[in-house]
Design a protein. Structure first.
Lengths: 246, 483
């Protein structure tokens, strides 16, 4: 199994957020998790990425034959997990080129692949940016600093395409995007998709799924997955909302 | 080897051994303590003219009546001036390590991280390298090229011998010996330092650095530097080296004076990385430095850039006196304190002339249990019509046992002055760390990246190759502070 979440219960500040959650993802699959606000979707994304604010009460997670809880945040990233953030944070004064260059090399180091040199990396970054329709000028700015919401999300997808993860988690990447930006972002995801990598797409709205076709859709309510199926579920939610799942 | 190199080597070795016997004090190692005898001894060792000795003695008599300035946010035990050696040249003569295997491995590790070549490592660690042929010939080549342009670049001792008129005119003209006790002390006992004179209309074609001066190795604890940029000239001067120097001397009190005449510009960059003491706050240098520049002429400009990561105590305020109309003063500073380090640093901008401008960008980073203070004074005198100042001081705290303090003084006697002041204090942001680590960077890499980003405005003022080393140095000084 590529990613296996078994019986996962998580709390933060005395509040139980995830309750006996189960989810399996195979290589090459695209999964979507939909759910109302406060259902625990973002918590799941952060627990997977390793954010330290949460208390794991029960359960286990396996990722590429690792017990995920044995790995810290950066080790998980180096193993090929990528989280596209809902609210990417600004890092003033830090340019994306050295930032991503260090990131890609730390991953290569863990995988015992030769590090990529400055020049080759700069070329790679430029070509990926132009593939995604990202203006080269944006690469001269500091990470996320002074970016609009749409720019930040595109920037996340650019980073994703450079780091080429095995599992990409997109946390409400569609929120706050206009239709043009949404297209750029979803195009990026579709280009990146292969039979060897997997996606976990977290969204509140069904619209994103018009552009990215998931193999599975899960409905998450109150910390558990209450229903799983194909893309027909997304259509149901679009029509009737989350009411009937609660 | 060409003849010029041979000549240099010859003088070099002669300089080392030419000191004869001295009358009243043991010639190998004078006793500890500060008195007229030791000052006479120093002056004699340096073969100085009488007027220089008089100058030193006058400074000493002023020092005797003075007390140390106590207004800084620093705490340290009383300095016992009688328990200090005031002359020990060539430094570490008898206790030099024979080769790198005798040098603290921690220090070697740091050198390697900074990417410093083996030969340079030896020089920096004070290994007894009799003559480093490469650097001597490099120095010689530079010297020849500079001489053609009429640029004087030599030790202050040599300048006292060869250029007495310039020394008499300018030494102490910006920092009078009686300014405060540390300037009086330095004036009385200074042993080495640099002298630079750039003639009218000459743009110095290279960065001048103590590193290329042959006797840089012996630069002592009471350094004295004097830089004069004549009308319409330009010079960029780099002080020190980014590699850490382990030094046994507890007290350092350097004086640096800059003079920019009409339309001249001086850019002075420092990376200070003296021994900061250990993780428990034991040892380390007390660094009491006075740096002051005088924009004497119209349209002149003086720019200070400093990266301060070392010393147990840093007391340092590179300042500008903006006397000439339209003159400009700038101060860019990064001060990083870790463990038990204390830094009280900033600047003084004194606006005297019309349309004078000053700019202050200060970035303080505190880690561990350290204390980091920005102290600045911007004053506008009565005749400083339409003068302007812009001040920005930002503090970054890493952890919760350190302190950051900002003490800006503003004093305006002219109501056309425009003053802008911005200040911020922030803690290193957990969300930024999480974001970086999610991309695969380690905790330490992430902190270093964020701190370097925070300092960028200042680091980019440094000359290119210096900036790269300074960035590495910033990362090294953060080590062991996170986790």
């Amino acid at each position: 199994m590529f990613l296996e979440i078994k019986d996962l219960s998580v709390k933060i500040e005395n509040k139980n957020i995830l309750k006996s959650l189960n989810l399996n993802i195979n290589k090459g699959e695209v999964h979507a998790i939909m759910g109302p606000n406060g259902s625990g979707k973002s918590t799941l994304a952060n627990v997977l990425a390793g954010k330290e604010d949460y208390e794991i009460l029960n359960g286990r997670i396996n990722f590429k034959d690792n017990d995920l809880f044995d790995l810290n945040i950066e080790e998980r990233a180096q193993e090929g997990m990528f989280l596209a953030f809902q609210y990417p944070v600004e890092i003033p004064g830090v340019n994306i080129t050295p930032f991503l260059h260090s990131a890609i090399n730390s991953k290569r180091k863990r995988m015992n692949i030769e590090e990529i040199d400055n020049l080759s990396f700069a070329k790679l970054l430029k070509s990926k940016a132009s593939d995604l329709g990202i203006n080269i000028d944006m690469l001269k700015r500091s990470v996320n600093t002074g970016f609009s919401g749409g720019e930040k999300k595109r920037y996340e997808i650019l980073q994703m395409s450079i780091l080429n993860p095995d599992l990409a988690i997109l946390d409400e990447t569609d929120s706050g995007l206009d239709i043009d930006a949404l297209k750029i972002v979803t195009d990026g995801v579709n280009k990146l998709k292969t039979k060897d990598n997997s996606f976990l797409i977290i969204t509140h709205y069904q619209k994103l799924l018009d552009y990215i076709k998931p193999d599975y859709v899960h409905v998450m309510v109150n910390g558990s997955i209450v229903r799983s199926g194909g893309s027909e579920i997304a259509a149901e939610i679009d029509k009737d909302g989350f009411q009937k799942f609660q | 080897m060409n003849s010029e190199t041979l000549n240099t080597l010859d003088t070099y070795s002669k300089n080392k051994y030419k000191y004869g016997f001295v009358t009243d004090i043991d010639n190998e190692k004078p006793k500890k303590g500060l008195n007229e005898d030791i000052i006479k001894f120093i002056s004699q060792k340096k073969n100085e003219p009488d007027w220089m000795l008089d100058w030193r003695l006058k400074a000493f008599s002023k020092w005797k009546k003075m007390k140390e300035p106590k207004w800084a946010n620093l705490s340290f035990p009383e300095i016992d001036y009688q328990d200090i050696y005031y002359y020990s040249a060539p430094k570490g003569f008898e206790k030099k390590p024979k080769d790198l295997s005798e040098v603290d491995p921690k220090l070697i590790e740091t050198y390697n991280k900074l990417g410093i070549p083996l030969e340079e490592q030896k020089v920096l660690a004070g290994v007894a390298v009799d003559v480093v042929f490469d650097s001597v010939s490099v120095a010689t080549t530079y010297k020849g090229e500079l001489e053609k342009l009429g640029i004087i670049f030599c030790s202050i001792g040599e300048a006292i011998q060869k250029h007495p008129d310039l020394i008499k005119k300018y030494l102490g003209s910006v920092i009078p010996p009686g300014d405060h006790s540390f300037s009086a002390l330095n004036s009385a006992v200074f042993t080495d330092g640099s002298f630079v004179y750039i003639p009218e209309g000459v743009k110095c074609p290279m960065e001048l650095s103590t590193y290329f001066r042959i006797n840089a190795e012996n630069t002592g604890q009471f350094e004295r530097t004097l830089i004069i940029a004549d009308k319409g000239s330009y010079v960029s001067y780099l002080e020190g080296c980014t590699a850490p120097k382990r030094d046994d001397n507890q007290l350092h009190a350097a004086n640096v004076e800059l003079i920019a005449l009409e339309d001249a510009e001086i850019k002075y960059s420092t990376v200070q990385n003296w021994y900061p003491g250990d993780e428990d706050g034991k040892g380390g240098i007390y660094n009491f430095v006075t740096k002051r520049g005088l924009c004497a002429g119209k349209n002149s400009k003086i720019s200070w850039t400093q990266v301060e990561t070392g010393s147990a105590i840093t007391w340092k305020y590179p300042s500008c006196i903006l006397k000439g109309d339209n003159s400009i003063g700038e101060f860019y500073s990064v001060a990083i304190t870790n463990n038990f380090q204390q830094a009280d640093t900033g600047t003084k901008m004194t606006h005297i002339g019309k349309n004078t401008k000053s700019k202050i960008i200060s970035k303080g980073i505190s880690l561990g249990r350290s204390q980091n203070t920005y102290r600045g004074e911007v004053s506008f005198l009565r005749k400083a019509e339409k003068a302007r100042n812009y001040t920005q001081c930002d503090s970054l705290l890493v952890g919760n046992q350190c302190g950051a303090h900002t003490v800006p003084y503003i004093d305006s006697k002219n109501n056309t002055a425009v003053i802008e002041h911005e200040a911020s204090t922030s803690k290193i942001n957990e969300d930024q760390l999480y974001y970086c680590r999610q991309r695969g960077l380690s905790h330490e890499e992430a902190v270093s990246l964020i701190v370097n980003g925070f300092c960028k405005q200042v680091l980019q003022e440094l000359p290119m190759e210096f900036a790269v080393e300074a960035q590495k140095l910033v990362s090294i000084s953060l080590e062991g502070s996170v986790g």
